[in-house]
Ligand binder design. Structure first.
Ligand code: HEC
Ligand code: HEC
Length: 405
């Protein structure tokens, strides 16, 4: 037996050596071609000009989907005028709803319930009943229960069962408030259908909100209309129920943000951006300690009162050097977020400062991107092209002076 084992062992050893050599050879030729790309991308970043793709254009919503949503609004208006009571929760039911809300993880005890009353006095089941015979919304509800309710909650109040387990990042959106971060519209205005479609398709990078590209185009549009149908509140002064996406109720001015043309990136615009970054107070929330110059965790800045639309804590501002942004790192994406503001959380809107100043801020923010950081996919291809790290990191990082410490 021993006689056999020894030659066997040496055979295995030889096989191992050959395998290792083959692997080494293969990875060497790989890195040879990689290092070419590496030096290319180092050159690109030197010019303050990250190459970031744009999303493919959003397709037009199917006419039937838009019509179904309009019919839903007609029904909501009619019900609200003739018998608003039928859509509202009363006494016991309201108390139960408040209790469910209170028990949502992350909602602090001292958040006054009145603040949320306009939204959760409305009976979600009564709203769903209005979908009767509207295939888009019925489909939307079905898809929602399957794909979204675990995070966004059975009724879209942002308190799905997943929030009981994790709450390290931002909490899922409560759709009743009609407030959204990723918009092409001005501050305080609801997003367009295309904005919501885009969010669904690409997800929100850097949060737990995944992309849903795998759903068919029709399904995504159905979900968009469904999400809009939840943005209702009870105006107890006029005693009407209003949907925030209802143009007829004049609550939704379709005020698109004017992005215009991006001016050229120059050293001047970047320097001006840096000055504005300080003057406009971005630095208060986005600049950490000396060792971590840009991008800050709340604890570092002593902010303990940052909260979202439901009074739940927001742990961090964004680290601006990582290119990880909820709705894209392309210039127009940053211009929009700086102009309109996220509308949820502490970051204000800067739509009142001149356009060129906002562009300067965009250019400054892009200038602090770490070239060696895994890149956030700027396009909807989030799934098809997962983030990669490019080679040659050490020299480009050193050239930029943006190392860790
Ligand atoms: C794994 C959890 C999770 C799932 C599943 C999920 N979401 Fe989200 N969603 C989130 C979180 C978290 C946010 C808020 C992220 C933030 O504000 O940083 C969010 C935000 C959103 C927003 C708001 C975007 C904005 O601009 O403010 C929309 C719209 C949305 N989700 C729709 C959906 C739909 C529709 C589905 C199902 C097809 C879905 N989500 C599934 C976690 C999830
Ligand atoms: C009062 C604090 C505060 C101020 C002032 C502030 N921010 Fe923010 N900012 C935040 C927080 C918090 C977030 C994270 C928002 C989130 O995750 O939804 C954020 C997010 C961002 C984002 C990322 C948005 C995304 O889509 O991921 C950018 C870019 C940004 N801020 C730039 C700026 C610039 C430029 C200024 C100044 C003109 C500024 N911020 C001022 C708190 C602030």
């Amino acid at each position: 037996m021993r006689k056999l084992i020894n030659p066997l062992l040496s055979l295995i050893a030889i096989a191992l050596v050959v395998a290792l050599w083959a692997y080494h050879w293969a990875s060497n030729s790989d890195s040879a071609s990689n290092s070419d790309e590496g030096s290319n991308s180092a050159k690109e970043t030197e010019s303050y000009r990250p190459t970031l793709e744009h999303d493919p254009p959003v397709p037009d919503p199917p006419k039937a989907a838009v019509r179904d949503f309009e019919t839903f609004l007609d029904r909501l208006r009619a019900a609200s005028e003739t018998n608003a009571d039928s859509l509202l929760l009363h006494r016991d039911a309201l108390e139960r709803a408040e209790q469910v809300f209170r028990n949502s993880v992350g909602v602090p005890d001292d958040v006054p319930i009145e603040m949320h009353r306009p939204f959760f006095t409305i009976d979600p089941e009564a709203v769903f009943a209005l979908y009767f015979d509207l295939p888009t919304l019925e489909r939307g509800l079905g898809l929602y229960q399957q794909h979204c309710s675990g995070c966004h909650g059975t009724y879209g109040r942002g308190n799905g069962s997943a929030t009981q387990q994790w709450y390290a990042g931002n909490f899922p959106r409560n759709f009743w408030y009609g407030k959204f971060k990723s918009r092409s519209t001005r501050y305080g205005v609801v997003p367009t259908d295309s904005d919501l479609y885009r969010t669904l398709t690409r997800g929100l990078y850097g949060s737990t909100m995944p992309p849903f590209r795998h759903l068919s185009v029709q399904d995504r549009w159905a979900l968009v209309q469904f999400v809009k149908s939840l943005a209702n509140f009870y105006d107890d002064y006029d005693e009407v129920i209003v949907n925030r996406f209802d143009r007829k109720a004049d609550r939704s001015k379709s005020a698109a943000l004017d992005v215009g043309d991006e001016p050229p990136v120059t050293l001047d615009s970047v320097t001006r951006g840096r000055v504005l970054f300080i003057e406009q107070g971005c630095i208060k929330c986005h600049q950490g300690s000396k060792s971590k110059p840009v991008g800050l965790a709340r604890g570092e800045g002593g902010f303990t009162n940052w909260t979202d639309e439901m009074g739940r804590p927001i742990g961090h501002s964004r680290n601006l050097t990582t290119r990880v942004f909820l709705s894209g790192a392309a210039s127009s994406d940053l211009f929009r977020i700086i102009s309109g503001g996220p509308t949820i959380g502490p970051m204000p809107s800067y739509q009142n400062i001149p356009n060129e100043d906002r562009w300067a801020l965009v250019h400054y923010v892009q200038s602090v991107f770490k070239p060696d950081y895994p890149q956030a996919p700027a396009s909807a291809d989030a799934l098809a092209h997962p983030p990669t790290t490019d080679d040659g990191k050490s020299d480009s990082a050193a050239a930029n002076g943006s190392g860790e410490e």
